[in-house]
Design a protein around this ligand. Structure first.
Ligand SMILES: NC(=O)c1ccc[n+]([C@@H]2O[C@H](COP(=O)([O-])OP(=O)(O)OC[C@H]3O[C@@H](n4cnc5c(N)ncnc54)[C@H](O)[C@@H]3O)[C@@H](O)[C@H]2O)c1
Ligand SMILES: [Zn+2]
Length: 348
């Protein structure tokens, strides 16, 4: 499969959708190489890392994505005498690529960087598009930049070691990509989803992930700074973030529920056929994703109103007018609350 490209105002990215971690040795060229990774990735795949000037291994998990860890990484890299000949490469899931991208964007006022994405979520979403950053005071991704990595390597062989829950978690974003912009991708998930989950290395995996990556690449190429179309990538995320906050369930699981709600809202507004909403629910279920959560509506509404993306009393809700086509619709929170009460959503 040929690589994809992002031509951004803040850099040009090549995304090797069918890539190999072994290509790193060549991609670094003559640059000094500094790798940032996490404990799990290092444990499973460290033996495949190329020789590097330094390898910084941070604890796995979202709690490493903060300014204190960034400072520790700066200090470590400065001690290793990092200079402008350096290439910083983040090898890991979205936590690592967000962290490494931020370090690279800021240390020495910006060093070239690249990623090897090791989770489904990173391969189709987090590593692509240049957003990086860390969390602060419990708010996600509040500090960061938009800056394209020079390259992203998606090596599907690395996904075989992912815990099943992480694999399925990332597939929620793949379903999202299909729903937003690629009906054929959605159809493939309908046909092969359960097999993909059962094997984590099914023959369709590389192609399915490549299609999802392409959906993101195409959108970022048209709207790098999220002034319009890039917002469509938030399908399922308004409700999903609220569910995630209230239940602590994995991000993709919460987004799955959010997509079901978006589908029902779309039907209610007569934008989407009821059969299509049913298809969406079926696909998610068959992948092992939840389609409902047992959380009081009021608690979810409170969480939605407090979401940092809130600009006013109105939320730009992403809805579907077909499988494979999304639109944003401004909805007042009060109206949203009434509508959600009226909807016959699946019960937990
Ligand atoms: N920048 C963006 O545009 C963007 C978009 C979406 C999400 N994100 C961010 O991405 C992060 C979530 O990404 P994630 O789901 O990849 O989480 P993650 O990086 O925390 O990885 C999930 C878990 O899988 C482990 N892991 C990673 N690769 C593995 C492998 N090959 N084998 C075994 N274990 C492996 C990790 O150690 C971790 O425990 C969040 O911080 C989120 O904010 C960023
Ligand atoms: Zn997401």
């Amino acid at each position: 499969m040929s690589p994809l490209h992002i031509d951004g105002r803040n850099g040009r990215s090549t995304i090797y959708v069918d890539g190999s971690i072994d290509a790193l040795a060549e991609l670094r060229g003559a640059r000094r190489l500094f790798i940032i990774t996490d404990e799990n990735v290092f444990q499973h795949h460290g033996a495949r890392f190329p020789a590097a000037d330094d390898v910084v291994v941070v604890p796995a998990g979202e709690s490493s994505k903060n300014l204190a860890d960034v400072e520790r990484i700066y200090e470590r890299l400065i001690a290793a005498e990092i200079d402008r000949d350096a290439l910083i490469v983040g090898i890991g899931g979205g936590m690592v690529t967000d962290l490494a991208g931020f370090v690279a964007a800021t240390l020495l006022r910006g060093l070239p960087c690249g990623f090897v994405a090791t989770t489904v979520l990173a391969q189709v979403d987090a590593a692509i598009g240049g957003k990086n950053g860390v969390n602060i005071q419990g708010y996600k991704n509040m500090v960061g930049t938009i800056r394209q990595p020079a390259f992203v390597i998606n090596d599907t062989s690395l996904l075989a070691t992912l815990p099943a829950q992480q694999f399925v978690n990332g597939l929620a974003e793949v379903v999202k990509s299909g729903l937003i912009a690629d009906a054929e991708l959605f159809a493939r998930l309908e046909a092969h989803g359960p097999q993909l989950v059962a094997t984590q290395r099914d023959g369709h995996l590389a192609e399915v992930l490549a299609r999802a990556a392409k959906v993101k690449v195409d959108i970022v190429n048209r709207d790098e700074f999220e002034t319009g179309e890039r917002r469509l990538l938030n399908l399922g995320h308004t409700y999903g973030h609220a569910v995630e906050k209230r239940t602590q369930m994995p991000h993709g699981f919460a987004v799955s529920i959010g997509m079901v709600v978006a589908a029902h809202l779309s039907v209610q507004r007569q934008m989407l056929a009821p059969e299509d909403a049913q298809r969406i629910e079926n696909v998610l279920r068959r992948l092992g994703l939840p389609v409902s959560a047992d959380v009081p509506r009021r608690a979810l509404m409170d969480a939605m109103r407090k979401d940092k993306k809130r600009a006013s009393d109105t939320v730009n809700y992403v809805l579907l007018d077909a499988i494979g086509h999304a639109v944003t619709v401004p909805i007042a929170y009060d109206e949203l609350e009434r509508t959600l009460d009226d909807l016959r959503l699946p019960v937990a």
